[in-house]
Structures are given as C-alpha cells and as structure tokens.
Write a protein that binds this ligand. Structure first.
Ligand code: COA
Length: 253
C-alpha cells in the first residue's frame, strides 16, 4: 500500500498554497491517502505546522442526526458527545489545546489564537451555519476550507450560503429547544432552527466553476485528492447562484 509521511503532507499543503497564519476548516478521510505513517497524529501535526502558531486549524465535530427536531430535541455535551465526521476530528477535539463550540448539532473544534473569537456564541446562532457561526466567521477572516480526500458533499460551509439565501428546503420550519452542557457542566437551553435532512443535493456541481474562478485549487497526496477552497468567495458566488435559482443545488431525480 502507498505510504505517506509527514514530509509528504507538509509539501502538499505548501504546494497547494497554505501559508503561516492561515485559518483552515478541514474535512477529512484518513484512509483516502493510503497508509499514513503515524496516522491521525501525523495529519494533525502537519496541519498545525503548516499554519504555524499564528494560524488556526478547525475540524467539524458534527453530532446532528435525522431524528433531531422540535419533538426530539438534541442534547449536546461539549465534553462527551462524539462526532461523526471521522477519526481526525474525533482525535483533534480531544487535544488539550482544542476548543469546541457549543452548537448542539454543528459544532467545530479549533486550535489557534483566534479560536475563542471564532467559536464564541455558536450556540446562539439561530441557524447552524449562519451569520454568527464559525463557518461564516472563518470566511470573514479570509479562511479556507480544506478537503482531504473527501468531496464537496462534506463541505458544511455550503450550508452557510443556503442559509444566507434562505432556501426553503434546508432548515426545519419550527425551532427545537436544544439542551447544551457546557465545559463547566452548566445546562443551557437554546431554541434553534435545525438542519432538515432528506433533500438530495448535488454539491459536486460547484467544483468546476469554483476551479475556473480560482476559488478552488486541487492536488494529490498519495491516493488522496486535496482541495483548498477560499471560503468567502465560495459563499458569495454560491449565494448569488441560489438567489437566482433557489433549487440550484437540488439533485434532479
Ligand atoms: C465518513 C468518513 C470520515 C470516512 O472516511 P475514512 O477514511 O473511512 O475514515 P476516517 O477518516 O475516520 O479514518 C479511519 C479509517 O482510516 C483507516 N486508517 C487507520 N489507520 C490509518 C493510517 N495510519 N493511514 C491511513 N488510513 C488509516 C482505517 O480504514 C480507518 O477505518 P476503521 O476505523 O474502520 O478501521 C469520510 O468519508 C468523510 O465523509 N469525511 C468528512 C466528514 C465531514 O466533515 N462531513 C461534514 C458533512 S456536512
């Protein structure tokens, strides 16, 4: 099996354009590379080294499920709730320096000097990826989305554009009263609009236009396709598309 080490990862991140001080939101598949020497720890080390101490690395630590809703509101414990976004986020969020946001379904965890600012108040964001969420705040500071061996289907920030454009299919119509257990064990209650599951979308269709506009760059590392996306230009471009046609992302049956 193809073997990848930390130098391969560092070279890949440098060649795709990641620099010291950058802010990344990283969606990942560890197995996509082939065999990574040192596994999850090596990928995390390479990410943190690439942005340096002045940069910020985030991972999605999502916990939402299709049964969440007003009659079955989620209970989220920031210290204990496991995420379903893979082994790299699961290990990353347990690191001593990592801080996790308090959103009951769409939390993120980050390491870096701006993390406190970027995760602050996520639990008060009325919609999971809306204006007060880290997804948009990362974009506002010039951040990137980094896809490691996963496709646009894993790009949560696409939902930010859907929320800003107020498309009708993306969120539940009624708020759910969610329970959040914070880092000190305090129980918080928040009434929030939750993700509505079940509308098939075709996110991959935005890859080619974003590449043509130089908003997305891709390369390979081992067997893995690596995509780096400028977050705010993607949101702005997609927002315009969705305002013109709210069904732009919906998969034709
Ligand atoms: C679901 C998903 C995580 C599965 O990817 P994956 O590569 O199979 O799984 P992980 O990233 O969790 O990595 C674990 C796997 O890596 C492999 N692995 C273990 N050690 C490894 C190593 N050193 N090197 C390479 N692969 C290794 C194993 O197959 C392991 O699977 P196992 O736990 O069943 O044994 C991925 O496809 C995905 O969707 N990621 C993005 C999620 C996301 O951000 N979603 C947002 C939605 S809006």
């Amino acid at each position: 099996m193809l073997k990848i080490n930390i130098l391969d990862l560092l070279n890949t991140f440098e060649s795709i354009g990641i620099r010291k001080g950058d802010t990344l939101l990283v969606h990942s598949s560890l197995s996509s590379f082939g065999y990574v020497e040192g596994g999850t720890q090596t990928v995390i080390e390479a990410l943190l080294a690439s942005v340096g101490i002045s940069g910020n690395v985030f991972v999605p630590t999502l916990t939402g499920k299709p049964s969440d809703g007003p009659t079955n509101p989620p209970v989220f414990d920031v210290k204990k709730s496991p995420c379903w976004t893979g082994r790299i986020p699961s290990e990353f969020m347990k690191l001593p320096d990592a801080k996790r946001s308090l959103h009951p379904t769409h939390s993120v965890a980050g390491i870096g000097p701006l993390v406190d600012y970027l995760i602050k108040g996520h639990e008060d964001s009325l919609t999971p990826c809306g204006k007060d969420s880290p997804y948009i705040k990362i974009a506002e500071i010039g951040g990137y989305i980094l896809l490691l061996g996963v496709t646009m289907d894993s790009n949560t920030t696409i939902h930010s554009a859907e929320e800003l454009a107020n498309v009708s299919y993306h969120l539940q119509k009624e708020k759910a009263e969610c329970t959040i257990i914070d880092h000190s064990g305090n129980i918080l209650k928040r009434k929030l609009y939750l993700h509505r599951w079940g509308t098939p979308r075709y996110f991959q269709k935005i890859e080619e236009p974003l590449e043509n506009l130089h908003i997305l760059t891709q390369t390979r590392c081992g067997n893995s396709v690596i995509r780096l996306i400028k977050s705010m230009p993607m949101i702005e471009w997609l927002y315009k598309k969705l305002i013109q046609n709210p069904e732009y992302l919906i998969k034709e049956s």
